[in-house]
Unconditional design. Structure first.
Length: 250
């Protein structure tokens, strides 16, 4: 059975639709979303609607959580985007029933979920919503040993927007390092599926993962970045940097 794992959509509707179209062509049975459906981007309501329709599982991301509660640890740029996203959710299209359905969806998202051998989180197995695991953390042996100790087999995550595979031998392999495919052999792994809507690995293309039996396949897709950045520039509450960064993938 093929499964697709997406994460960090960040209200980028154009990127999400390109990814969902690609997933439909891959004979995928189920789609899992690892959080941050909203935040930063110009189409929070529409992206929630798409995820509600397409994904069997969705995990709570820190930006999703920030829409529900007082944001903690957000920089001013991100904070303004959170408050603007809340306003959009409060006054979105579809009438009161649809507005309530979106809020209920976010409010009921789990912080983690186990699907067979897979642990699904947004951040890390230790702190599912907020902890970052960066590539350079392979040099922090204590942190990595602790995280691997919390995983039975495979953990899939997002949050950093940097795709790749962390092995229990304290390696980090980018998609390019493994030719966009990594075969799971039974050893413990932490796999970051990258970002659909705001890549930060200096590649502006959307990234997601297909899990095909024991193969982790990274998919990179171009989408109309100009259209999304133009929307951001037209919204006063969203900083122009949020549009600029999409062009550089950072």
């Amino acid at each position: 059975m093929k499964r697709a794992l997406v994460s960090d959509i960040h209200a980028n509707l154009e990127a999400l639709r390109v990814v969902l179209d690609d997933i439909r062509r891959q004979d995928v049975s189920e789609i899992y979303c690892l959080g941050d459906v909203i935040g930063y981007g110009p189409n929070p309501c529409e992206c929630i609607d798409e995820v509600m329709r397409a994904c069997r599982v969705c995990i709570l991301g820190n930006h999703d959580q920030a829409a529900l509660f007082d944001p903690d640890g957000f920089n001013p740029l991100a904070l303004r985007a959170v408050y603007w996203s809340r306003e959009q959710l409060d006054h979105g299209s579809g009438g009161a029933r649809r507005i309530h359905a979106r809020w209920d969806f976010i409010g009921e998202l789990p912080r983690s979920q186990i699907e067979g051998d897979l642990l699904l989180v947004h951040g890390s197995p230790r702190e599912p919503t907020n902890e970052y695991i960066f590539p350079e953390d392979i040099y922090n042996q204590r942190k990595m040993e602790t995280l691997f100790g919390l995983v039975d087999k495979y953990c899939f995550q997002g949050h950093t927007h940097i795709p790749g595979v962390f092995t229990s031998q304290m390696e980090f392999l980018t998609p390019e390092d493994c030719n966009y495919e990594y075969r799971m052999s039974g050893e413990k792994l932490l796999v970051n599926v990258g970002s659909v809507g705001q890549p930060r690995d200096n590649d502006p293309r959307s990234c997601y993962v297909i899990l095909d039996d024991d193969r982790v396949i990274f998919r990179r897709l171009e989408y109309p970045v100009e259209a999304v950045s133009a929307k951001i520039y037209a919204i006063e509450q969203l900083d122009n940097m949020l549009g600029d960064r999409l062009h550089a993938g950072r």
